[in-house]
Write a protein of this length. Structure first.
Ligand code: SAH
Length: 267
């Protein structure tokens, strides 16, 4: 295997984050005090790459993960994607609430799923995930990690409040290529940006929507938490293989998982 890629330790842009528009009628001193409360915790060491390197070292100690994926995760400041009250927990291997009843996925689950995508035949040949479709942008964390591993990222979110939050979160990072964020029902995919070499769902459905299979390019791989008979929700991998010009789709089932539900329509 070739050496894993390295990414800059900090992707933060120099621009000061825009947190909230202060109420103009408030007394200036009150407004300044409010703004101070809204500021991200500083001096906690979360901005240093060392805290992410420790997270990656713990993942490595617990299992076998793709090193290029771990290098990308070591470069993305996960604490920038969660509420400041939860920032201190951002590098634990745990799911955290992101509002609207949704969660940011556990780092080990993100690493495992992206590792499975990188192991697809097309991704192995290219050394990148190529064109990617993510369903369930949430706070945008996984989209940022994918942006370091792909040529193009399209990410769809059905909850407008989260779609907007992800846009703000991602704007603060200096990513080599910004993910294209779509507010819509990801069950229909995004034909205009496809076909996709890699498709990843961050929400679990009863089945794999036909649009995803149709938008998966030859040689492409899809991974989605999906209901499996008698096993609850499992990670399903679908490969689009082409033999002698004839397409076939090969499905394999991996471990049991528990993701938030894939819902239809937008909010
Ligand atoms: N990748 C995200 C995890 C988000 S949790 C992160 O890094 O934070 C899953 C997300 O899928 C939720 O935000 C939920 O609103 C969204 N979702 C559920 N069904 C959807 C659908 N049909 N289309 C798009 N997004 C959907």
């Amino acid at each position: 295997m070739s050496a894993p890629k390295r990414f800059p330790a900090s992707l933060k842009t120099a621009a000061a984050p825009q947190r909230e528009v202060l109420m103009p009628q408030r007394h200036l001193r009150q407004a300044t005090a409010d703004a101070a409360k809204l500021a991200r915790p500083s001096g906690t060491g979360l901005d240093s790459g060392a805290v992410r390197e420790r997270m990656v070292a713990r993942l490595r100690a617990e299992g076998t993960f793709n090193e290029t994926v771990l290098a990308a995760m070591a470069a993305v400041p996960r604490h920038e994607f969660v509420d400041s009250a939860l920032a201190a927990q951002a590098y634990e291997d745990t799911a955290l609430p992101i509002g609207h009843g949704q969660t940011i996925s556990k780092p080990s689950v993100v690493a495992h799923m992206l590792g499975l995508l990188m192991a697809g035949s097309g991704a192995r040949q290219r050394g990148t995930l190529g064109r990617v479709l993510e369903i369930g942008t949430g706070c945008g964390y996984q989209a940022a990690v994918i942006a370091l591993l792909a040529r193009q990222v399209t990410s769809i979110e059905r909850v407008q409040g989260l779609h907007d939050k992800a846009r703000q979160n991602l704007q603060r990072l200096a990513l080599p290529r910004a993910p294209r964020l779509i507010w819509g029902d990801g069950r229909i995919g995004h034909a205009a940006s496809g076909p996709f070499d890699s498709i990843i769902a961050a929400a679990g459905g009863e089945d794999i929507p036909p649009a995803w299979t149709e938008q998966l390019a030859p040689g492409g791989r899809l991974i989605a938490p999906t209901a499996a008979s008698g096993r609850g929700q499992v990670l399903v991998v679908l490969d689009h293989l082409v033999d002698g010009g004839v397409s076939r789709w090969v499905r394999s089932e991996h471990e049991a998982v528990l993701f938030v539900p894939l819902k239809s329509g937008v909010l």
